[in-house]
Design a protein around this ligand. Sequence first.
Ligand SMILES: [Zn+2]
Length: 263
Amino acid sequence: MTDFYTENNILRCAALDIPGIVHGFSTRNGGVSVNAHTKSLNLGYGRGDDDLTVDENRRIFASLVGYDCANLVTAEQTHSARVVYADGSVNVYEDCDGFVTDVPGVFIAVKTADCQPIIFADPCARVVGVCHAGWRGTVNKIAANTVDAMVRLGAKRKTTVAALGPCIGKCCFEVKDDFIEAVRGADKELLSFVGSYHADIRAMNEYVLIRAGILKENIYVCRDCTCCMAEKYYSHRRQKGLRGTMLSGIGMKNQEFGVMNEE
Ligand SMILES: [Zn+2]
């Protein structure tokens, strides 16, 4: 199943269009960056845009998605498998690659440019999650760790939806022997998704999620390849490291529907 659509330059998964919940995967379009390599919605600092430009892009993304920019929570990502509970007291965490929260108003997000962003929600339990799965995070099962952290907050595996956003496709993800050895060392079962020197990060994460108890029908996979689609996405590999950064995130609104009953 795909079920993804792009509106106002933001990619969304229809299954996550849940009342009271906002989410989005940014594309490279709709922002104010003018450098050739960051044009135009670069959401990462230190990529060649001055901070004010990135600030403005982050405001644009927040308004398009529908959250308060001041409540954005991100990480200094390290390709770890570590997932943190975000309670809204900290905006930038060090050394983690995934978040869960049950606090309304907090918008948790990860940065990518080829790696796999995954957004989660249990609409019944009102618990959300997000993770950044590069190949290291993927084989060390950060996707399963995110699900486990949601379950500890009251989410149910059977009602949790997972949306796998745009990442580098098997078409472009060439790997070498050291990669294959690392996968073999971490999780032999994932070797079946490594062909003759091309790896399928999406399929690996889908498999990790099914093994973690997420139902196949609740897993939605965007088939866009960030490396192939130069007009729509930044790609670390295609742009040889000289690239912008995309954000993928989710949060709950402070009040559902914006309708107040004052009786
Ligand atoms: Zn490709």
